[in-house]
Design a protein around this ligand. Structure first.
Ligand code: F6R
Length: 608
């Protein structure tokens, strides 16, 4: 979704803004722009399309200055165009503003402004905020912002420069992330951490309706009533390199290759050197674990698929019922959940609007809330009662890969911890499993080292029109994620089906040349999956089997077999996801798709 960056300091802000916008490009956008105070005027440069278009424009019409704001826009109100691109100004150019989110009552405010003579040039809800601020402005920026803020409904992160005080940036937000940091004689704001990393690691998240005032000398914070407040600084230990592409062609490939490392980092946070769980890292003690009747897990997209696999892990190992729901369904459904119940959200970004709303509903109902989250200081990590962090590091490609892996690792460890505390597994059994789990990075590396096999397969299969991922039990949960990964980056139609369900309707879609990927990592279900593979094979499908170690039966029912190292069946999905991510990646590359920024998608979905 949209990205914001703003700078005030001693340096020329234009390269800094452009750098920041480039580091936020992964969020998805369709136009970009900057507003720069050039010493006498607020100068705007805006261009539809890629950031390169804005770069070209800046080369043709250069501007420089020591303070400015920039934006990448993902169109919501009004088509992607130069005019609708941010920054926006009021009619008198009193100020320039950039905005992430949606102002829900913008029509109402716009009518009031039009009646009072404002003339609008764009179709955006953002210009409404610019005109509103300009309409109220009488020389006191802080008072004007507070006045306007009281009228705004919806979600927003705003960065504003007033021409009267051009080296100061006013920032505020509601339900949309905004992070600020002060470096050496410079202050910077952004909608996401990667844009700040080169300048400072000590950051503050602006919270709902707070105001941050950035000057080169420092940052002041005010609460929603206008009282000055102290804010805690968070240290971000992500290294800059991890947010850069290095020698990789795409972030997605880099992030897939980082998975063994992300695995180790996450595992080490929850598992002690003697292969026991660090039991106090989990949000339940023994009595609570025993008393639990169920856990409700709510999330979106890939994180929802992690929840589906988490359900299988927890139900199988800890014998505890888990209900999983999609956040946008949960929040508007009948909330059959009671006070004190365990409620978990999963979110890489910690900023997904529907997941935040579901978490808030659960809190209102008095649930015991917990979050699996990758971003320290994000809204979800601040608002949940307990946070189980994943240690994937920054994930830049829109398609979630290493974040999914670290989510399922944490869920697996939750299942083991619950199993031990509920008396379903002994300490010795848990240690045995943790030892086996510690070998997974090596098994993953083997898949990565043999990735050419997958690349070759993709080079032969990229013209395929339909792909069906089938599996049973944990493999079915894995199939859901495999299908999403493929469709979102390669635009190939793909679906996941519980293998046994095919013949209840979907098998009608199988025709000569359909690709069926049979996930068959669960030995006790292999015979059943074999029948399902046969059903599609005889109807003309090309069948690829993914197996846990050697499985003799596979060859008779499939045209191609890929093996991961043989391991405990419950661990297999943690490794088998990697060939599925690589398959999606190579098919998308073969088709010439924009792998890191697939069409219509955004990294962090901060609107409903
Ligand atoms: C798909 C993908 C999305 C996200 C979903 C939730 O590759 O990345 O489906 O998983 O938008 O995002 P988070 O985890 O940030 O809440």
């Amino acid at each position: 979704m949209c990205g914001i960056v703003g700078y005030t300091g001693e340096k020329n802000c234009v390269p800094i803004l452009m750098n920041g916008l480039t580091s936020l490009a992964y969020r998805g956008y369709d136009s970009a722009g900057v507003a720069v105070w050039d010493g006498s005027d607020l100068v705007l440069r805006k261009a539809k399309g890629k950031i390169e278009n804005l770069k070209d424009l800046l080369e043709a019409s250069p501007v420089s200055g020591k303070s400015g704001i920039g934006h990448t826009r993902w169109a919501t109100h009004g088509e992607p165009s130069d005019v609708n691109a941010h920054p926006h100004t009021d009619s008198h150019k009193t100020l320039a503003i950039v905005h992430n989110g949606i102002i829900e009552n913008y029509q109402h405010i716009k009518s009031m402004l039009v009646k009072n003579g404002c003339v609008f040039v764009s179709e955006t809800d953002t210009e409404v905020v610019a005109q509103l601020l300009g309409y109220y402005y009488r020389g006191n920026a802080f008072a004007t912002l507070k006045q306007a803020l009281a009228m705004l409904e919806g979600s927003f992160a705003l960065a504003i420069i007033f021409a009267d005080d051009p080296e100061t940036i006013y920032c505020t937000c509601k339900d949309s992330p905004m992070v600020v940091g002060h470096g050496n004689g410079e202050s910077i704001v952004a909608s996401d951490i990667p844009a700040l990393l080169e300048y400072t690691r000590d950051v503050c998240f602006v919270q709902d309706r707070q105001i941050a005032i950035l000057r080169k000398s420092g940052i002041e914070f005010y609460d929603e009533f206008g009282a000055e407040i102290e804010k805690e600084t968070l240290h971000v230990d992500w290294d800059i390199e991890s947010a850069k592409k290095g020698n990789y062609e795409h972030f997605m490939m880099k992030e897939i290759c980082e998975e063994p490392d992300a695995f180790r980092k996450t595992y080490d946070q929850y598992v002690a050197k003697d292969f026991t769980l660090k039991s106090d890292r989990f949000p339940w003690d023994e009595a609570r674990a025993k008393a639990l009747d169920r856990i409700t897990i709510v999330s979106c997209g890939t994180a929802f698929h992690a929840g589906m696999l988490g359900k299988k892990f927890i139900e199988h190992m800890a014998k505890l019922r888990v209900d999983v729901d999609i956040a946008s369904e949960f929040r508007y459904g009948d909330l059959l959940i009671d006070k004190g119940e365990a409620f978990m959200v999963i979110s890489q970004s910690g900023e997904t609007a529907d997941t935040i709303a579901a978490l808030r509903k659960a809190k209102e109902l008095g649930c015991d809330t917990m979050a699996v989250c990758n971003v320290t200081g994000s809204t979800i990590s601040r608002e949940a009662n307990h946070v189980l962090y994943t240690y994937a590091g920054p994930e830049i490609a829109v398609a979630a890969t290493k974040s999914y892996l670290t989510q399922i690792i944490v869920l697996y460890l939750c299942a083991l911890d619950l199993a031990q505390k509920r008396g379903e597994m002994t300490q010795a059994q848990v240690t045995e499993r943790l030892k086996e789990m510690s070998k997974l990075p090596a098994a993953m590396q083997k898949v990565l080292d043999n990735k050419e096999q997958i690349q070759f397969f993709a080079s032969r299969s990229f013209a395929v029109k339909h792909v069906f991922f089938i599996g049973r039990g944990m493999d079915y949960a894995l199939a859901m994620e495999a299908a999403l990964k493929l469709k979102e980056i390669s635009y190939i139609h793909s679906e996941a089906y519980a293998a046994g369900e095919l013949k209840h309707g979907t098998i009608a879609l199988i025709e000569e040349g359909s690709l069926v990927v049979a996930l068959a990592t669960q030995p006790e279900l292999q015979a059943k999956v074999a029948s399902n593979m046969e059903e599609v094979r005889v109807r003309g499908a090309h069948v690829l089997a993914v197996t846990n170690g050697p499985w003799e039966g596979a060859a008779g029912h499939s045209h191609e077999q890929w093996q991961i190292d043989q391991m405990d069946a419950t661990l297999a999905p943690l490794c088998a996801i990697i060939p599925m991510q690589l398959l999606a990646y190579y098919l998308a590359v073969q088709k010439g798709c924009s792998v890191d920024q697939p069409r219509n998608l955004a990294k962090s979905v901060t609107v409903e």
